[in-house]
Design a binder for this molecule. Sequence first.
Ligand code: FAD
Ligand code: UDP
Length: 370
Amino acid sequence: MKRFTTIIVGAGFAGIVAANRLSERGENILLIEQRPHIGGNSYDCYDDHDILIHLYGPHILHTKSARVWDYLSKYTAWRQYDHHVQAHIDGIDAPLPFNLNTIEALLPSALASRLVDKIIATYGYGARVPILKMKEQDDRDIKFLADFVYEKVFLHYTIKQWGIKPDEIDPSVTARVPVLISRDDRYFQDPFQGIPKHGYTRMFERMLDRRNIHVLLNTDYKEIIKSFKYDRLIYTGPIDYYFDYKHGKLPYRSLRFDFETLDIKRFQSVAVVNYPNDHAYTRITEFKHFSGQEHKKTTILREFPEDYEPGRNVPSYAVHNPQSLAILNRYKEEIDSLSNVVFLGRLAEYRYYNMDEVAEKALVTCDGFK
Ligand code: FAD
Ligand code: UDP
């Protein structure tokens, strides 16, 4: 029976960073992936028109962690890219996160100017205020603004994305897009941000390009795991699937992706335009903004949120609520009784991780192994 030091389930960001890191210590690694490609949800590829797309939705690497940035930079050069998003509100495309420029774009100038002065005086220039926090304010002007932002930006988008209202989901979700008391129109303010110059998949290929990493695609690990011996298992798939759903299924939101290639060079002025209040989709992404690719056509993506159903779509977002967290706790108790199995990543930890957070967690975890 073939023996590996570590078997890793899932070739997404978590599994690939772990494989790379452990291979540097001379471990013999088997990486098992059920999809026909590496990269997990961060996978990118050229479509039928030779335009570089992100097959599972727009992915922008942004981080505060110099450690993660320096680590990834060993495997890719970067295309300098600051992510810009606009929200289509009342027929106007205005910058997101909602900031001082957005107020001026959407509201009459005298009112806008009063609101700008008021929120700078209240929160200070540069503050980041979650919408649910802003809604708690008693001041009449700020309450008006908070209700406006809540209604125009968050309410209907969140109902589409999650099937419930912003105040019914974990507050950390809407806090990802705070109201910015500034004129910084970038979606992220992290000091490091960019797109791998030759794409995520090329970066991942380089991370896995080692003689002691063996990759098996198109394979659910349960089909073959018994054919191997191993000292350690790193599992990055859904936590409930590992335990055969014995304590129940954990809910996820998923997305239906609708790609379209148009016979024009440019469709929209920024990479992503959100549609909080119109249409069944949440946002449109135009990929050439990410890559800077020159092409006479352009490919866009509309995202339609839906519930996750195994076999039909992929689990994209963990849905945290009292019921799901109770189920999660039962699985966590099971994990405590396992030895030599590590649960890592967005699915295995059932968390709303960004790519850099997954990379950091994988590095810390692997460096902590004896
Ligand atoms: P995944 O990428 O999901 O990888 C898990 C892998 O395990 C998958 O390839 C899966 O096929 C495999 N697997 C599962 N079960 C099995 C099994 N039984 N056998 C074998 N293989 C299995 N993050 C950012 O930082 N910036 C962004 O702009 C950004 N945009 C996003 C947009 C969308 C629409 C979504 C859904 C997420 C976005 N993210 C973004 C988050 C990012 O996708 C995740 O942080 C990252 O993909 C997590 O990596 P992971 O390895 O934990 O999980
Ligand atoms: N959100 C919203 N309107 C927007 C953008 C975001 O209501 O125009 C809310 C929504 O609940 C969303 C969350 O903020 O799920 C986080 O947004 P983010 O852009 O971080 O989502 P992701 O890119 O992870 O899908």
